[in-house]
Design a protein around this ligand. Structure first.
Ligand code: NAP
Ligand code: ZN
Ligand code: ZN
Length: 348
């Protein structure tokens, strides 16, 4: 077994603390990655605090991983030692079901294996990126172009693909009016992508302090979602809205902003279900949908698109021991716009 160390949560209510553990020795198709940077996703907090009621402890969170390959199994064809790579939210899937065959491994009919907190096919619990290394089948490893800002690339592995995929799926582009709800880790990437794809983008936020940033990040308009008059001005005018909010909020007030037949896509996953007035769907034949990350092919496409366009996440770098403080700040929507852990801090 390979020795690893990182930070783990041991219960829903206690802080993350240093944790040593073992990972499998690399099998023929496995890539061993030394982790350089790990993004802090709100899903890590929902998971560690058992807000989704499926926590397995000890839990090493982290699914926005960038690192360097240190070894490969003998059947690995796409990577060699020294390569810069990324690992995201899933590390395995059945590879045979219709979803997997269609490059949509995230919707695997047999259940994709999450990067942390689940049992994998070997019977081991998966441990994520808040650690010094990881062992992953090469199918779930992505090639990352070398850049001085590798830390800003890490969040693309979840917040990037989670917003890129639905914006592509619903064909966001020129001539469309698109709303992004919530300016956090996911929201700021959704804003960058929707702007980059040529849409007219309206950022919805509850934080007045983020208005200027939203404009800098590409918003054509910014609406304070708590202001009913400002919301009414936008009624029935949107072709597509992407909701990235992590907590319960008024979805009906946002549904009313869609045109007839337009789509509301949910990626934020609050722990309690919303109360919805169905009239806001019925009277304009509006669609309510959702989306989870993206497939492996599309994740690579997104990383390549970002490399060409110079798109990275806006980050605040932290040391591993600052993680509990960072969690508190994410919950208060006080991060601009993603924390990334410098894994070199684990060594010291
Ligand atoms: P985040 O950085 O905390 O951003 C969430 C944003 O939502 C906040 O910055 C805030 O934006 C807004 N917000 C927070 N509380 C609110 C409230 N009570 N009412 C209205 N707005 C509120 O979180 P994240 O990492 O982007 O993740 C967002 C959600 O997506 C989480 O639930 C996460 O689990 C989920 N997620 C889903 C997927 C997927 O594949 N579907 C992938 C990753 C994450 P403003 O300050 O602008 O209002
Ligand atoms: Zn995530
Ligand atoms: Zn499958």
């Amino acid at each position: 077994m390979m020795q690893s160390h990182g930070y783990a949560g041991h219960s829903a209510t206690t802080p993350l603390t240093p944790f040593s553990f073992e990972r499998r020795d690399p099998k023929d198709k496995d890539v061993v990655v030394e982790i350089l940077y790990s993004g802090v996703c709100h899903s890590d907090i929902h998971s560690v605090r058992n807000e989704w009621k499926n926590a397995v402890y000890p839990m090493v969170p982290g699914h926005e991983i960038v690192g360097r390959v240190t070894a490969v199994g003998k059947e690995v064809s796409r990577f060699k030692a020294g390569d810069t790579v990324g690992v995201g939210v899933i590390v395995d899937s059945c590879r045979t079901c219709p979803s997997c065959k269609n490059n949509e491994e995230q919707y695997c009919d047999n259940g994709a294996t999450l990067t942390y907190g689940v049992k994998d096919k070997y019977g081991d619990v998966t441990y994520g990126g808040y650690s010094n290394n990881i062992v992953v089948d090469e199918h779930f490893v992505h090639s990352v172009k070398e850049t001085k800002n590798l830390a800003g690339v890490a969040p693309l592995l979840c917040s990037g693909i989670t917003t890129y995929s639905p914006l592509r799926h619903w064909k966001v582009g020129p001539g469309m009016k698109v709303g992004i709800v919530g300016l956090g880790g996911l929201g700021h990437m959704g804003l960058k992508f929707a702007h980059s794809f040529g849409a007219h983008v309206v950022q919805f936020t509850t934080s007045e302090s983020k208005i200027e940033d939203a404009k800098q990040l590409g918003a054509d308009e910014v609406v304070i979602s708590k202001d009913p008059a400002a919301m009414r001005k936008q009624a029935s005018s949107f072709d597509f809205i992407l909701d990235t909010v992590s907590a319960p909020h008024n979805i009906n007030a946002l549904l009313q902003l869609l045109k007839r037949d337009a789509t509301y896509a949910q990626v934020g996953l609050p722990d309690t279900p919303p109360t919805l007035f169905m009239g806001d769907l019925i009277f304009k034949r509006r669609n309510m949908s959702g989306s989870i990350i993206g497939g492996m092919k599309e994740t690579q496409e997104m990383l390549d698109y970002c490399a060409v366009k110079g798109i990275t996440a806006d980050i605040e770098m932290i040391r591993m021991e600052q993680i509990n403080e960072a969690f508190e700040r994410v919950v208060k929507a006080d991060v601009k716009y993603r924390f990334v852990i410098d894994m070199a801090s684990l060594k010291k």
